[in-house]
Write a protein that binds this ligand. Structure first.
Ligand code: GLN
Length: 403
């Protein structure tokens, strides 16, 4: 729908980077309208994970079969901001921006072995960011280390009159202190994040990280976020409902693609949207309109909003009980080969992966992926830290200690 489109104005985050003296190198690939967890669904084709070409991975993989082309083993970046994660991972830039509605910055960061920060909702302006789910979207930051993420955050955060959901408080950019003593920290391990499909390798890395904190004197406690397992269906209803509404602006009149089919205004609208949107986008518009039908609105949309509140309240309770930071995996497994990823129903697969990341969006909390280890196949594994609202400094300080 927006192929070749050049925006007449800069997003606030872009303008702030330019004002701060940053050199912008270009745009990066992603899933169409940020819908997905693979970066396999964009108009420019799928994004290849640079780790596919690393010595570690190439030495470990067993060629699938003689008949398949040699490059069939390359792995996905995760998504939806996979191009940004790949660009940082391949050392082509210092930092990249992504968006994070349900995990789209943290998921590709984990698969590409980089830091991916989803800031607190309302800390960074969304002006100029194409909306997916307005109440969950945040611009995300991808860098190679936690200190760099703090630098970029410092230049982006703060109130913007063009985004009424940004908070008024003055944001003080910070440099991260070197934490030497973690003994006053309480780290929560949410038991529901032992999700179905979590690989044994990731589980082992997660336990090892918890032990590291324990051995350094931190209090490590098991906590419960009991509504976690409703998050996938809840997110699905809220996301598609907002997509149905957000995508209404693409009608072929104001901007973007316009079909040549011009027998009537209605047929032009329909053809424009049929030609301009992928199956994934059209599927979400259809689902969303179903949930928003008069007879379904209360049963689906209103109920999902209530469930979202329960999910957010789980975090309020846990942080209220004295836990400072939650430690969880970011993804269920390391990156899978593209040929495997597309064999499955993409949409089902991406919804499963999001279980570890999307609850933080529903609660508006800051969360960061930190690269941790390499899997048996020589691919990155990341862990996620989730912090209290607007406590980015504490979150990143702990992430830096761990890094
Ligand atoms: N995978 C989720 C989705 O497809 C999240 C996407 C995102 O964070 N932009 O909706």
């Amino acid at each position: 729908m927006l192929k070749g489109y050049i925006s007449p104005y800069n997003a606030t985050v872009v303008q702030k980077l330019l004002d701060g003296g940053a050199v912008l190198l270009g745009k990066t690939n992603l899933d169409e309208f940020a819908m997905g967890s693979g970066s396999t669904d964009g108009v420019f084709g799928p994004v290849r994970n640079p780790w596919s070409y690393s010595r570690q991975y190439k030495e470990k993989i067993v060629p699938r079969s003689d008949s398949e082309p040699e490059n069939s083993n390359w792995v996905i970046t995760g998504g939806s901001s996979g191009g940004s994660a790949a660009a940082v991972s391949a050392f082509t830039c210092f930092a990249a921006l992504g968006s994070d509605t349900g995990g789209s910055t943290r998921n590709p960061a984990a698969h590409c072995g980089v830091v991916g920060l989803k800031p607190t909702y309302g800390l960074i302006s969304r002006h100029g960011l194409i909306p997916l789910v307005n109440s969950m979207d945040v611009p995300g930051i991808l860098t190679r280390c936690v200190d760099d993420a703090a630098v970029v955050l410092g230049s982006l955060a703060g109130h913007d009159p063009k985004d009424s959901t940004t908070v008024q408080d003055i944001f003080q950019p910070f440099a991260l202190p070197s934490l030497t003593d973690v003994s006053k920290l309480s780290i929560g391990i949410p038991k529901e994040y032992h999700a179905p499909g979590l690989s044994s390798e990731i589980l082992a890395v997660w336990s090892k990280a918890a032990d590291l904190f324990k051995n350094a004197g931190a209090k490590v406690v098991e906590v419960s976020l009991p509504h976690t397992h409703y998050s996938i269906v809840c997110y699905h209803v809220l996301c598609t409902a907002e997509v149905a509404s957000n995508m209404a602006r693409f009608d072929g009149l104001e901007y973007g693609h316009r079909s040549d089919m011009n027998k009537s205004t209605e047929s032009m609208y329909a053809a424009t949207r049929r030609e301009g949107f992928s199956d994934v986008v059209r599927g979400r518009i259809l689902s969303g309109n179903y949930f928003l039908l008069k007879q379904n609105y209360e049963d689906y949309f209103v109920k999902a909003q209530k469930v979202r509140r329960l999910i957010a309240n789980d975090f309020v309770k846990v942080f209220g009980s004295g836990v400072d930071i939650l430690l969880t995996p970011t993804t269920l497994s390391d990156a899978v080969p593209y040929v495997e990823f597309i064999k499955e129903d993409n949409r089902t697969r991406s919804t499963q992966d999001d279980i570890l990341t999307q609850a933080a969006n529903m609660a508006g909390l800051p969360a960061v992926n930190v690269p941790t280890a390499l899997s048996g196949r020589g691919l990155p594994i990341g862990l996620q830290f989730i912090g209290r609202s607007f406590q980015e400094k504490q979150l990143l300080t702990v992430a830096k200690w761990f890094e």
